[in-house]
Design a protein around this ligand. Structure first.
Ligand code: AHR
Length: 501
């Protein structure tokens, strides 16, 4: 294989990486909460029912925001169902996932769990089947100091200090035909504008996220987003978009190339915001909240709804493999490449459903290969995203031409260290990499961490949890301003360069 070349230049930067791109998503879906983060009676559960074995896996991810409760779940959710004495909470038929929701776990339980996890909460209000008033009520309950019925109710529930949530999603995926309460961009934009306005009147510190397209494959992208923004631009702060990538045809080279869509999707969403900005002659900048993204395979309806009307059945529990770890890496690097405008990014979801952390009810907890992609990203991508010039040998796949074998991004930490993230998409060959470091002097290779495995479908199980784990055994070497490395086939690499004092 010909070598790939990267140029990094000290003066060419994209932007500071926002801490909120290291975020995740927790939805009361299947066993994400029940049997995932919460399982009273589990041998590791604390007095609140929070599984400590799961917390031991979520904490190292250093998640900034946890989006809650959704998700399609939001569209018929009454947030009041999940507060107050547990024995009085209603059981509901939850139509999005065709389950029984006991409401044993609500927003206060999530506040407690998030605190233990070291993360903040990004709340979602239901504007699909509810309205401005219910959204205001939720803000009042969560954020108002005291002296009103709802803030005093929160205090009576044991939460004297307001939760003080800053980030609020104005409903979820309302462009989708599967959504109860689907709306046109214009209709949605109007209600989102009024809700956002009212919520900010209650708490001037909050920032709101407009629900944009649920997928780049929606025919209504980006016109839905433009129509919703047109109604609400001056009143909202972020545009939410979502993307899940699948490999339905089991065509790995093509699957690995699909992250090219992510970059294009983000850029089109940014351009849509800027188009409305220009149209409005506005000075305001609306940024992107990429608040659901991941790979997803088990979408088939029959699988999804085979366990109707049960409490917390196993749903959407994909067995993610090495190739999923690489696709996730490509999505995360697309976030870095657009760091000037993507200010929130939530990997979806945190436990069991479409997740890289798996549990067994009453049993163990383990992680799948993409867990490590995100873990390394969260550890090394903090700082400033650098512009990266990539020149790579290419291949053609079923749907794409000229796919670079190398996908790469880089960050400069506040202490001067550099991290280079690199994927070799080749299924067969090692990719030689040469990097020119312009204006960066006195660096040594501190670590070259490699996540790889023999087969694209290799994974971890409860019995063999360490089949695919990252190792600090890459061969990157630096000589002056030139770094060379051999990237193993199908690998996710983090090359960490330390600045010598
Ligand atoms: O994450 C699972 C689902 O995917 C979410 O509920 C929804 O927003 C998206 O379609």
């Amino acid at each position: 294989m010909d070598k790939a070349k990267i140029i990094l230049d000290k003066d060419f930067i994209i932007s500071k990486v926002d801490e909120k791109v290291f975020s995740s998503f927790v939805e009361p879906l299947g066993r994400c909460i029940y049997g995932g983060i919460y399982e009273p009676g589990h041998v590791t559960a604390d007095q609140n029912g929070f599984r400590q074995d799961v917390l031991e896996l979520t904490k190292p991810l250093n998640i900034t925001l946890n989006r809650f409760p959704g998700g399609n779940f939001t569209s018929t959710y009454r947030w009041e169902d999940g507060i107050g004495p547990k024995e009085l909470r209603p059981r509901r038929a939850e139509v999005a996932w065709q389950c029984i929701e006991t409401n044993e776990f609500g927003l206060n339980e999530f506040a407690d769990w998030s605190k233990l996890n070291g993360s903040d909460v990004m709340m979602t209000v239901n504007l699909a089947t509810r309205g401005v008033l219910e959204a205001m009520d939720c803000v009042e309950y969560c954020n108002f100091q005291e002296g009103t019925t709802l803030s005093d109710l929160r205090i009576s529930h044991g939460y004297k200090k307001p939760h003080g949530y800053r980030y609020w999603c104005l409903t979820n995926e309302i462009d989708g035909v599967w959504q109860v309460g689907q709306k046109t961009g214009t209709d949605y934009g109007r209600i989102a504008r009024e809700a956002s306005k009212a919520m900010k009147l209650l708490d001037e510190n909050i920032k709101t996220v407009l629900a944009g397209s649920s997928s780049p494959s929606q025919n209504s992208f980006p016109s839905f987003d433009a129509a919703a923004l047109e109604e609400s631009y001056e009143f909202v702060d972020y545009l939410s978009i979502h993307q899940y990538i699948g490999n339905a045809k089991d065509d790995s080279p093509n699957y690995l190339a699909k992250t090219l869509i992510t970059d294009n999707y983000l850029k089109t969403a940014i351009a849509t915001c800027d188009y409305i900005k220009a149209k409005n002659r506005s000075n305001k900048k609306v940024n992107i909240s990429f608040d659901e993204f991941n790979t997803w395979h088990s979408i088939a309806e029959e699988k999804r709804f085979s366990n109707k009307w049960q409490v917390a059945p196993p749903l959407l529990e994909d067995t993610y493999t090495m190739e999923d770890a690489l696709v996730l890496g490509g999505m995360l690097m697309a976030v870095l490449k657009n760091a000037d405008r993507v200010k929130i990014a939530c990997v979806s979801e945190l436990v069991n459903c479409i997740s890289h952390i798996r549990t067994r009810n009453g049993g163990g907890a383990w992680v799948l290969p993409p867990y490590y992609t995100f873990l390394l990203f969260s550890k090394y991508a903090r700082g400033t995203s650098l512009m990266i010039n990539v020149n790579s040998p290419k291949y053609d796949s079923t749907d794409f031409t000229d796919v670079p074998y190398l996908d790469a991004a880089a960050t400069l930490a506040d202490n001067g260290d550099i991290s280079i993230f690199a994927i070799n998409r080749s299924m067969e060959e090692v990719l030689p990499l040469e990097t020119e470091l312009r204006g960066f002097e006195n660096y040594i290779v501190k670590e070259h961490i490699v996540l790889k495995s023999e087969g694209a479908k290799d994974t971890n199980t409860e019995e063999c949890p360490n089949n695919v784990v990252p190792q600090n055994n890459g061969n990157a070497q630096i000589d002056g301003n030139k770094l060379v490395a051999a990237l193993p086939k199908l690998s996710w690499n983090v090359i960490h360069l330390e600045k010598m004092k």
